[in-house]
Design a protein around this ligand. Structure first.
Ligand SMILES: Cc1cc2nc3c(=O)[nH]c(=O)nc-3n(C[C@H](O)[C@H](O)[C@H](O)COP(=O)(O)OP(=O)(O)OC[C@H]3O[C@@H](n4cnc5c(N)ncnc54)[C@H](O)[C@@H]3O)c2cc1C
Length: 314
């Protein structure tokens, strides 16, 4: 498929990127690894006047342990992050979700910032323009109804970032830069819950860093996919356990991650929490496995992940 025409600009600093974005009056998109953005352009799901390339911004490529946090620049690749010694030693959960993200070829190109801000997906949406025009535009394309659940008022396309789940479970924060300055938000706060506009961040906001509290934790990542060699999650569960407290994040089923804190890890508490997660999962017929199976698997993966963490000894 051929790319549409666009202006190309290469930013050299965070301030430069935001200024370049504003030059195009909101009709620009940031480019990191491009593994999510380029297919969207080819499918004509995005048609920016300009692409602002972030790869030349050195400050976004650093990983550092500062003041009790592991600070990760948004342009760090998934492969670099996966192989960082602190990730291996402190955050086995993050290591596992990075390792389960697509394949190593993609991990070497894709960045953590792009991974977190990837678009939501739906089998009725990630299609060519001709296919979508024939079917009729849905909520996410500016239409009036959902092509999967016609009575739904909200777009239920799936947010498929593997690493958002482990980072939310690890209580990570996101640093966001705008023309007016920089702010920090808990990662789980950046989601709207609607697939048509999945993130609360304003257009032009730049994700600069992700920060994780630098405390050792146990963790397990469980992912349901058809082809283990490359696929997106069809349901996934991340569990981080610190001092006997388990924080669990569920994703791949609906437009935003779901977060649970387990008050205890006895069989009854675990069964109830897994059942709640299965009920809460907003699975609809917009992926290649049936909604009923994906909902059921949320409960199965939830129990499996927590039990694995417990077996390792928190
Ligand atoms: C075959 C295939 C398989 C995949 N499998 C998986 C999978 O298993 N799990 C998974 O999680 N993902 C998967 N992906 C999705 C995606 O490619 C990756 O998540 C990747 O990490 C995206 O990173 P990127 O740097 O390429 O993002 P890009 O494509 O460059 O950017 C993605 C989005 O984020 C925006 N953006 C990027 N950086 C910033 C920033 N610093 N500030 C503000 N906005 C920014 C861009 O404008 C764009 O909208 C897959 C993709 C493909 C093509």
């Amino acid at each position: 498929m051929i790319l549409p025409g666009f202006e190309y600009r290469k930013a050299t600093s965070v301030a430069d990127a935001i200024a370049l974005y504003n030059d195009f009056e909101g009709k620009a998109r940031y480019l990191a690894g491009g593994t999510d953005l380029m297919p969207l352009l080819k499918y004509r799901l995005a048609a920016p006047a300009a692409i602002i390339d972030l790869k030349g911004i050195e400050e976004l490529k650093a990983i550092a342990a500062i003041d009790g946090w592991l600070t990760i620049g948004a342009n760090v690749t998934l492969f670099e992050l996966k192989n960082h010694p602190v990730v291996k030693e402190y955050f086995p959960l993050l290591y596992q979700s990075l390792d389960a993200t697509s394949c190593e070829t993609l991990q070497m190109r894709a960045t953590i910032g792009g991974n977190l801000l990837q678009d939501t997906r739906c089998i009725e949406y990630n299609k060519s323009l001709e296919w979508r025009a024939a079917r009729g535009f849905c909520l996410k394309m500016g239409g009036k109804c959902c092509n999967v659940v016609p009575h739904s008022r909200v777009c239920l396309s799936n947010y498929c970032s593997d690493n958002a789940l482990s980072l939310v479970a690890l209580s990570a924060e996101a640093d966001l830069a705008e023309a007016g300055g920089e702010k920090t938000a808990g990662l789980e706060k950046i989601y709207t819950g609607s697939g048509s506009k999945p993130f609360v961040v304003e257009p032009g906001t730049l994700l600069t860093r992700i920060r994780i509290p630098l405390e050792k934790s146990k963790g397990v990542y469980e992912k349901l996919r058809v082809r283990n060699s490359i696929d997106y999650p069809l349901a996934a569960v991340a569990v981080a356990m610190k001092k006997s407290v388990a924080r669990v994040c569920v994703g791949g089923v609906g437009p935003a991650p779901l977060v649970y804190e387990l008050a205890g890890t006895d069989e009854g508490t675990l069964r109830d929490a897994a059942n709640s997660a299965s009920t809460d999962a907003r699975a609809v017929p917009n992926a290649i496995l049936s909604p009923a199976y994906r909902k059921k698997m949320v409960g199965v993966l939830f129990r499996r992940a927590v039990q694995k963490v417990l077996r390792e000894g928190a």
